[in-house]
Design a protein around this ligand. Sequence first.
Ligand code: UT7
Length: 331
Amino acid sequence: MMTNIKSVISGIGGYVPDYILTNDELSRMVDTSDEWITTRVGIKERHLLKDPHLGTSYLGIKAVEDLLQRTGVKPEEIDLVICATSTADNQFPSTASKIAYGCNLKNAFAFDIQAACSGFITGLTIADGYIKSGYCKKIIVLGAEKMSAIVDYQQRETCPLFGDGAGAALVEGTTEDVGIMDYIMHTDGTGYTHLHMKSGGSISPASHETVDRREHYVYQEGAHVFKHAVSDMSNVCKELLKKNNLTINDIDWLVPHQANLRIIEAVARLTEIPAERVIVNIQKYGNTSAASIPLSLWDNQNRLKKGDKIILTSFGAGFIWGAIYLKWAIE
Ligand code: UT7
């Protein structure tokens, strides 16, 4: 074990598709309004990949291309690709394998992980282990989602919430005092049925009946999930601060999962971090599930300085939630 090294995010790439679905257009599709969505969720628009022949791998490939271009890293230098997604191109094989092929990452092994909206931070904890073990030198961790493929655009409770996109982080080792310092992750399976897709898996394979019942879309009991998201993210942030002998005053940026502006504001209030130190971009992209945190970093990289202390926190289906404390490594 190479325990004297830390893993750092040394580059961030991202991609959102061109098509923008505004609240006004949505209001013509279902019984909703710009006013309801803005005040209850904080979203104004979301980007959608409209081409039915393109899947999540297309978004992931674009994000990895952006990452390689920004960092100058050559495709053959990548050892591992971890793709966090709930909207894989196919049930199997992995979307990561398609992304690795599409980007010519010929020396990388690749796999997907399923941790819903917490997929990206879960992927970072896995990458941290591979870097510290010395097995990998350069890892790409992606959050990539074509949520529009699993959202029911006849259901007003869910269709305003989600958007498509992908964010990719390059993770490497360093001996400097930057990078991933610590993390805490949790799972509570009692949350399983409150946010899930009812059919299409081994418990209820796709059939004409399941399609007729529209069970291949996101099912969410919003108010229940909302309460857990607020309490679990704020508690895990406090737990992580305490474990590292930090107070919120030591933290430069909170980067929360972007599911609902009211959730983000409540987590900020409960952790007592001022709003100007909280990264928010939900108004532009909606909830992009596993892509939400890397897209937030990608979107705001000009504001982040080397050495900034950052907490990433996420909550999602499972329920799975957690927080990572890191020091930003990019100049
Ligand atoms: O990313 C993974 C984790 N996911 C989350 O963290 C999401 C957590 N949940 C939420 O963000 C919120 O619960 C929602 C945004 C999903 C819903 O907001 P809410 O404030 O919890 O609304 P609600 O479900 O309690 O519904 C309130 C009212 C209902 O009408 P009545 O029964 O009061 O007459 C709904 O029918 O709002 C109605 N409603 C809508 N009205 C207009 C629900 N969706 C809409 C809509 N437009 N799109």
